[in-house]
Design a protein around this ligand. Structure first.
Ligand code: ADE
Length: 248
């Protein structure tokens, strides 16, 4: 799954015209084979409700045995830079606050704040991301483009990712998220919803994010430029390696 078309375009092209398309709830689910594995590829659209609805459909209508979300994020922690990759070990809804009924960030009546992802999927994904960054990124994205985005030696990070139904495009909001959840590596708009649904259905999931901006005043411009010039390379390069390597 992804929130934006550019992030699945490469996979859809690889699936070819033989992929069957089922339209459910205003979304197109492409069913076919990728790198020898049966797969469903879908554009979830942006935000937590869109992501949760899509994840439920993947689980109930398509019986998926593992679910991978790929997309962009804004770096929050110092050292999480544009062009880095983040794999979520756990996710949190940074905009969920039912105080005083429940503690801040806790999903009411589920009694969890940190929604885990699948350790085995994450292990395979981390290897694939490290290989891509070390071996293939420089081939996919030319040096001039990498320089434009100040992408030198991109790093792979693993840890906490925070999701909310807002694009974080000012330093104050980023600082507020960071103050409440100091372990946060980056912010995005879908991952915790996917992780919550997968937790409730006990389906293994993983969330991988490429850093497109620093969640500050420059974020809207940085995000759009990164999406246009670079994002699809990361998604296609890492996800294709993952599909080849992962068996459930
Ligand atoms: N996705 C990419 N950048 C983001 C940001 N700054 N806030 C929320 N989601 C994002």
């Amino acid at each position: 799954m992804a929130a934006l078309h550019d992030e699945i375009a490469g996979l859809l092209a690889h699936m070819g015209p033989d992929a069957a398309c089922r339209r459910i709830g205003m979304r197109d689910y492409y069913v076919g084979e990728l790198y020898g594995q049966p797969c469903v590829v879908v554009l979830a659209r942006i935000g937590k409700v869109a992501a949760a609805a899509t994840a439920v459909t993947l689980i109930r209508d398509f019986d998926v045995r593992a679910l991978l979300f790929t997309g962009l994020a804004g770096g929050i922690a110092p050292g999480v830079r544009v062009g880095d990759v983040v794999i979520a070990d756990a996710l949190v809804h940074h905009d969920l606050d039912a105080r005083p009924l429940f503690p801040q960030y806790e999903v009411p009546l589920l009694a969890v704040s940190l929604l885990p992802t699948d350790a085995r999927m994450n292990g395979v994904l981390a290897q694939c991301a490290a290989d891509y960054l070390a071996l293939a990124l420089a081939r996919d994205v030319d040096a001039a483009t990498r320089d434009l985005f100040a992408i030198g030696a991109p790093m792979l990070h693993r840890g906490l990712v925070a999701s909310g139904d807002r694009f974080v495009g000012d330093a104050d909001t980023a600082a507020t998220v960071h103050a409440g959840l100091p372990d946060t590596l980056c912010v995005e708009m879908e991952g915790a919803a996917v992780a919550q649904v997968c937790h409730e259905y006990q389906v293994p999931c993983a969330v991988m994010r490429t850093i497109s901006d620093r969640a500050d005043a420059a974020a809207p411009v940085d995000f759009a430029a990164f999406l246009n010039h670079i994002a699809s390379h990361y998604s296609s390069g890492i996800v294709s390696r993952f599909i080849e390597a992962y068996t459930d």
